[in-house]
Design a protein around this ligand. Structure first.
Ligand code: PFF
Length: 447
């Protein structure tokens, strides 16, 4: 009963909300350029393998912790860990969420600006040099990127302040289907371009000779980032999943959605890029600089540019919602603040930190540490260190500290569900996932 009031109202609501958290800039902005730089299809296959083998079990693990404890990420580790020391994983998760949100909202803000530009037809007719110039002038400006970042933070905070059911679940039920429709529209456009097959060949024909060891690690890191693991997002959302829902099926659906969006984003981007003779390894600028050129050279390009950036904005929004909810759930439950107050305070906090990330492309780009700007540092600290470290701590906590019978009880919904795959899951939890995480961590530290 308490669970029904606390969290999502249906399994579909839970899947769409958590898939919304997972599907984000990581799928449409980061995945294609990573793929472009790491041998195309080979990266895709390795990434898929990691999602299925480690991603799904880790997501189930976070769900188990959240749903068992019926609590935010700090409360969950404190409650299940009995000894208070485990709560530290929760506090570090909050830190990771704030840091990720700080730099993620910068790119989300850029997207908002590109939506405005695309919808007002400002991108069309520009030369490639002008498009590149527009991007660097905008991102290095001392005011506009910060303003657009703030607008995105406000938009997210409004949804969060409406609550789990009326805010997060409701908006996910509208935006996620819309995202798929817009994506399919883009897929049809891209596949009907002349020469689309070359892009598809690049995407689906694995050339393992182009995939380095670092590429394999990128594929592993990408699977964690993309599934939002190791930040407490899935612990928080797990606590909203109904007791009768299957955590395995929920995780499977979310991961399938996440992979599908990443692959379809590739199907949109690469045929278009090849069709217009652009460089598939364009890096982080791929969607902001390379794609506008592509749109400019295709029929109805202005319309498709608008569709594409709206799509990217939706993906970003459902993810920023999940990032802020981690912090807000903590403030509401542990600090006993109202949801409204928590939404505002966490938004202001993120903005104060995040503005430095936004400005690190321009006015303060010389503020560097180890040759990295603030934006790059936050990205590196979270994706390469905090997320794998927290995910590792989570596997150790649930696999080695928390009683196995309780884990099994939560996964099988008190024995109501089939337990056939449980031993496999538990083996991955105790051995495979921690080793993979250690490898990511060590390689991140060395290289
Ligand atoms: N999974 C998101 C993406 O791929 O864009 C990023 C993300 C969202 C990471 C939420 C962590 C998180 F808690």
């Amino acid at each position: 009963m308490a669970n029904e009031q606390r969290g999502f109202t249906s399994s579909l609501g839970a899947i769409l909300a958590a898939a919304g958290g997972a599907v984000g800039l990581g799928n449409i902005w980061r995945y294609p350029y990573m793929l472009g730089q790491n041998g195309g299809g080979a990266f895709l296959i390795v990434n898929m393998f990691f999602v299925l083998l480690i991603g799904i079990p880790l997501m189930m693990t976070e769900f188990v912790i959240g749903r068992r404890a019926q609590s935010n990420v700090v409360g969950a580790y404190k409650k299940l860990g009995r000894k208070k020391g485990w709560g530290v994983i929760g506090y570090f998760s909050i830190l990771a969420a704030v840091l990720i949100y700080a730099f993620y909202s910068v790119v989300a803000g850029w997207t908002l600006n590109y939506i405005v530009m695309a919808c007002t037809n400002q991108l069309s007719g520009m030369t490639p040099a002008a498009i590149a110039d527009t991007f660097s002038t905008f991102t290095s400006h001392s005011f506009w990127p910060v303003l657009f970042q703030l607008l995105f933070l406000i938009l997210t905070a409004v949804v969060i302040s409406l609550g789990v059911q009326k805010g997060i679940e409701k908006i996910s039920k509208i935006l996620m289907p819309l995202l798929f429709i817009l994506l399919l529209l883009m897929v049809v456009r891209s596949l009907t371009l002349p020469g689309a097959s070359e892009g598809l060949h690049f995407l689906f024909h694995p050339d393992f000779s182009k995939l380095s060891g670092a590429g394999v690690l990128n594929a592993l890191g990408q699977s964690f980032f993309s599934l939002s693991l190791g930040v407490g997002a899935m612990v928080t959302y797990g606590s909203y999943i109904r007791k009768e829902d299957s955590l395995f099926k929920t995780s499977l659906w979310i991961s399938v959605c996440d992979l599908m969006v990443a692959i379809l984003a590739g199907v949109v981007i690469f045929p278009a890029v090849f069709s217009f003779g652009m460089d598939p390894a364009g890096g982080p600028q791929l969607v902001y600089v390379v794609l506008p050129n592509v749109f400019n050279s295709m029929p109805l390009g202005g319309l498709f540019a608008a569709v594409f950036f709206v799509l990217l904005g939706i993906a970003a929004l459902t993810s920023t919602i999940s990032l802020q909810e981690i912090v807000v759930a903590f403030m509401v439950e542990e600090l006993h603040w109202s949801r409204r107050k928590s939404s505002i305070i966490s938004m202001v906090l993120t903005f104060v930190v995040g503005a430095f990330c936004a400005l690190s492309f321009g006015p303060i780009k010389h503020w560097t540490l180890f040759d990295k700007t603030i934006f790059d540092l936050f990205d590196l600290i979270t994706a390469s260190y905090l997320m794998p470290m927290l995910a590792l701590a989570t596997t150790i906590f649930l696999g080695w500290f928390y009683p196995k019978v309780e884990v099994k009880d939560e996964i099988t919904n008190g024995g109501a569900l089939n337990a056939n795959l449980f031993e496999l899951y538990y083996f991955i939890l105790r051995f495979v996932a921690p080793i993979a995480l250690l490898v990511i961590l060590v390689s991140g530290i060395i290289g």
